[in-house]
Design a protein around this ligand. Structure first.
Ligand code: ADP
Ligand code: MG
Ligand code: ZN
Length: 601
């Protein structure tokens, strides 16, 4: 128990005790009149006693006083007086004995049980509100934890692997934190807030700690979910407190984990707003605007869901630097494995690059878990060192685990994705006038399992019909490759198909590129529709027969493209195979290598 917690417990006990005394006092004042035994006997002889209860040495009961009022009394029996019962009988007083029910403690429990219960419940409740927190009554304090290994985080960039680009981007922040004055002198502007985003377990929290460790400054961290409390205003107070702490310890790093918990788009979601969260978010925005980087405080936040963040958070002067923390590729995975096996005894047959090959889709947290599992398995078998069979078993175990199930990519899936992406890339390479292919990647990004990155060679303001046809062809290349190689189709191409259909539809209805329909725009531009009113009229802009013709034309464009693409890929099946093979091995192929493979086969 921490000191503060202990203190509050003591004060609770005191309060409770005072209440107890108070109630007891009231009880005795009003309910029972304590009288000496002699007076009791006198009243008894006067025949004014109505009722008597005997309990050990205590006598309680009722008598009628001078004003004919019934008074409750209490007295202590003198043990030498053995004739009490006889006297009671001669006076015809009703008397009875009550069982001894355990004395003081019992009566306390009986009288105050409900009160105690309420107190205990309330205490637990407030404690739970703070979820493991410090003090029952200190609502407003952040539990921003100060990570101190001699006043700094002891994690450094050596502990983070497989994201060199991210580290490079963070380097500037480290330089600044090390010597804020230097930057001020040169008038340089440092981002106030850095937003790290990427899938869970890719090392965002770790990177933030490492930045503090590298710079040697204090690190305050709080999780967004801690700011969202049951009471309105508590979250906002905590935000204030976090920044307050930051100012006091500058230069330092403030870290808000899981920013999406507070930073969700306001007014979003069914059931209206969430007052508390909104207040907290507003407070966060106020603090972000109010603090000045020249003070030497930098804010880093992490999230898995940048898409749900309130746009206000991302405006310039707030979280204006965004850094993607990617899922590691095969080389990154090997690096991460190296980090985590530093303290593990490995047998010489362990080849970490093979382990990396067998773990597509694993993120840093999975790999850390994998190494741990392997070590546990080896220990269970009383081995001296962890060997390859332990790793194999551990891979299976981690893959089967609940957290991974949704992200597992099997060997067959990987092959399908490799062919799919190679299909896109090859069509783009072999069709004249297509945008150059920069990268093929099997690393998931957003909802797509893999992607082929095409970047236009120059900015374009008008697009020719042929270019649109090319775009559709490239989009169809993925499914065509799947169809040729596996003689089957998967759902993975759905996004491609809907994009292709959209382009074809625009060609026919907006750009007037269809021979049969001619140069007509049959659809209002999106903006106009957005303004309302046009919803109803829009449908009526063309007749049923034109609608049928439009559908036919769209179908025609897509089918012609699909046929051409399939022929193109079948004619170049060697190139496709070679490309897909290499993609499977390396997971990420850059432009040069893609060109090389296509030339060689
Ligand atoms: P996130 O915050 O992105 O969900 P974490 O930083 O909490 O992920 O990562 C959880 C754990 O996974 C870390 O403590 C670390 O052991 C391991 N880990 C994740 N990414 C890496 C990485 N790039 N290099 C080394 N270890 C990593
Ligand atoms: Mg995290
Ligand atoms: Zn695709």
């Amino acid at each position: 128990m921490k000191r503060n917690e202990f203190k509050s417990l003591i004060s609770w006990i005191l309060i409770f005790f005072l209440i107890f005394l108070f109630i007891r006092g009231i009880r005795e004042m009003q309910v029972e009149k304590e009288i000496p035994y002699s007076e009791f006997k006198t009243i008894l002889r006067q025949g004014k006693i109505v009722e008597v209860k005997l309990k050990n040495d205590i006598i309680t009961g009722k008598f009628v006083d001078e004003n004919q009022k019934i008074v409750q009394f209490k007295t202590y029996r003198v043990p030498e007086d053995t004739k009490l019962i006889e006297e009671l009988e001669t006076q015809k007083v009703r008397f009875s004995a009550t069982a001894d029910r355990g004395g003081w403690l019992w009566s306390v429990l009986l009288n105050f049980g409900p009160v105690i219960l309420i107190f205990i419940l309330w205490y637990l409740w407030t404690k739970q509100l703070q979820s493991g927190g410090k003090q029952a009554m200190m609502f407003g304090k952040t539990r921003a934890r100060l990570y101190m290994g001699k006043n700094k985080s002891d994690v450094t960039f050596k502990d983070v692997a497989g994201c060199d680009e991210v580290k490079e981007e963070l380097q500037e922040i480290i330089e600044f934190l090390k010597d804020p004055k230097k930057f001020q002198r040169l008038g340089g502007k440092i981002p106030k807030g850095v937003l790290l985003y990427g899938p869970p377990g890719t090392g965002k929290t770790l990177l933030a700690k490492a930045v503090a460790g590298e710079a040697g400054v204090p690190f305050f961290s709080a999780s967004g979910s801690e700011f969202v409390e049951m009471f309105v205003g508590v979250g906002a107070a905590r935000v204030r407190d976090l920044f307050e702490q930051g100012r006091r310890h500058a230069p330092c790093l403030l870290f808000i984990d899981e920013l999406d918990a507070v930073g969700r788009h306001r007014f979003a979601g069914i059931g209206g707003g969430h007052d508390e969260r909104e207040q907290t978010l507003n407070q966060l925005l106020v603090e972000l605007d109010g603090f000045d980087t020249t003070e030497g405080v930098i804010l880093i936040a992490a999230t898995n869901r940048p898409d749900v963040l309130d746009p206000a958070l991302l405006r310039p002067g707030r979280f204006d630097r965004h850094i993607v923390v990617p899922v590691p590729d095969i080389k990154g995975r090997e690096e991460i494995l190296k980090v985590h096996t530093r303290k593990v005894k490995l047998s010489p047959d362990v080849n970490l690059s093979i382990v990396a090959q067998r773990t597509p889709g694993f993120v840093g947290a999975d790999l850390a878990n994998l190494v741990n599992e392997a070590a546990l398995l080896a220990a269970r078998k009383n081995k001296d060192a962890v060997d390859m069979s332990d790793f194999d078993e551990a891979i299976e175990k981690v893959m089967a685990g609940p957290a991974r199930k949704s992200r597992v990519i099997s060997e067959r899936e990987k092959k399908i994705i490799a062919y799919h992406e190679s299909g896109h890339a090859l069509v783009a390479k072999l069709t004249p006038g297509c945008d150059p292919v920069h990268k093929i990647s099997l690393i998931p990004r957003g909802p797509a399992l893999g992607y082929t990155l095409q970047l236009p060679a120059e900015d374009k303001y008008i697009i020719s019909k042929q270019e649109l046809i090319n775009k559709i062809s490239v989009l169809l290349g993925g499914r065509a490759a799947e169809k040729i190689v596996f003689n089957d189709m998967t759902t993975g191409a759905q996004n491609d198909l809907s994009k292709a259909t959209e382009i074809a539809t625009k060609m026919v209805t907006e750009y007037g590129m269809s021979e049969k329909i001619g140069p007509l725009t049959l659809r209002k531009r999106e903006e106009e529709i957005f303004l309302g009113r046009d919803y109803l009229t829009r449908e009526k802009m063309y007749s049923e027969s034109t609608a049928k013709l439009i559908d036919e034309e769209i179908k025609n464009i897509i089918e012609t493209c699909a046929k051409n693409v399939e022929k193109l890929l079948t004619d170049n099946i060697n190139k496709l195979n070679a490309l897909a093979q290499r993609v499977m091995e390396k997971e990420v192929l850059e432009a040069q290598e893609i060109d090389y493979i296509i030339q060689q086969n």
